[in-house]
Design a protein around this ligand. Structure first.
Ligand code: MLT
Ligand code: MN
Ligand code: ZN
Length: 297
């Protein structure tokens, strides 16, 4: 079994269409690698593959990934799609999979209800794309030979469902992490969005062989300082990498085999090879995902 990072960036990607920040300019100039939007695939040739979050860039992501290419005149090794929240960067790619192909669509009941409330997703023929509600804490077979379990992670509802009052650290079915337990291996954990590392989440992460974790922002006020917006990372439901309340600090003392940041916003300095922030993350034992990164599970 292996995982392939299909998209290492957060919503918007790197470069983002309307952004002229330093990273986006460098990515356009080819000075740093570009990155597409948040998605991971897991599986093995012969067993089939699951797409964890269907990003708006899914067409180019599938084209770039040989393991996901058709195996027959009209066949795909993609057996399943799993969603960790209802954000646009994680669900819009479903519309790119509407060409009458059979697969299972796994998510919590709450996330599936968001899709059900939007008629455009009926483009996925219900006779072929089975919507499979998954209860938190209940293991299920994601693809043959690969079991998975969803667990609550502090987060918020999707931006387009925010009301007047927004709770950014809800724990329920709207934001989840995935534990992957390949038979005979150590658990791999995928958490692309996280507002805080709670004691329950720490217990879940401790002892994992591999953790793919929310690397959206380096600093909580990164977008404000860059003059690109008014929101902090925490307001967006993402804890920062650095600082006393950041992810590097939160992982101190945890026994984790490999720690890999995913879902980086285009402003994040860790996306620049050679930046002091990237060096600091690496010195703390973290890897920075890139599109196409292959990880043995
Ligand atoms: C997020 O991760 O905060 C969302 O994807 C933001 C968005 O909807 O663009
Ligand atoms: Mn996102
Ligand atoms: Zn930018």
């Amino acid at each position: 079994m292996r995982a392939i990072v299909l998209g290492a960036a957060a919503g918007g990607g790197l470069p983002q269409w309307n952004c002229g920040c330093e990273n986006c300019r460098m990515a356009r100039a080819g000075e740093i690698p570009a990155a597409s939007q948040s998605s991971l695939t897991v599986g093995a040739d012969g067993h089939g593959w699951a797409i964890l979050n269907a990003s708006p860039d899914i067409r180019s992501q599938l084209a770039a990934t040989a393991a996901l290419h058709p195996t027959g005149s009209r066949d795909s090794p993609i057996r399943a799609v799993l969603l960790t929240n209802g954000d646009i960067d994680h669900v819009a790619g479903l519309l790119g999979l509407r060409e009458k192909q059979r697969f299972d669509l796994f998510a919590t009941g709450e996330i599936l209800a968001v899709l059900a409330a939007n008629p455009i997703f009926a483009a996925l023929d219900p006779a072929l794309v089975r919507r499979r509600p998954v209860a938190l804490g209940a293991p299920f077979e994601l693809v043959p030979g690969l079991r998975a379990e969803l667990f609550a992670v502090p987060g918020k509802v999707p931006l387009y469902l925010e009301g007047d009052t927004v709770l950014t650290d809800l724990e329920g079915e709207q934001t989840v992490g995935v534990a992957l337990d390949p038979e005979g291996g150590r658990t791999a954990v995928y958490v692309p969005g996280c507002a805080a590392v709670t004691p329950a989440l720490r217990a879940r992460l401790d002892g994992a062989g591999i953790v793919f974790f929310d690397g959206t922002l380096w600093r909580d006020d990164e977008m404000i300082r860059a003059g690109l917006g008014t929101k902090t990372g925490r307001r967006m439901g993402h804890m920062p990498i650095s600082g006393p309340d950041g992810t590097i600090a939160a992982f101190a003392g945890l026994e984790v085999g490999r720690k890999i940041f995913v879902h980086m916003n285009n402003t994040n300095p860790v996306l620049r090879p050679g930046s002091p922030e990237r060096a600091a993350a690496e010195a703390a034992g973290w890897e920075i995902a890139c599109d196409g990164m292959v990880v043995a599970l």
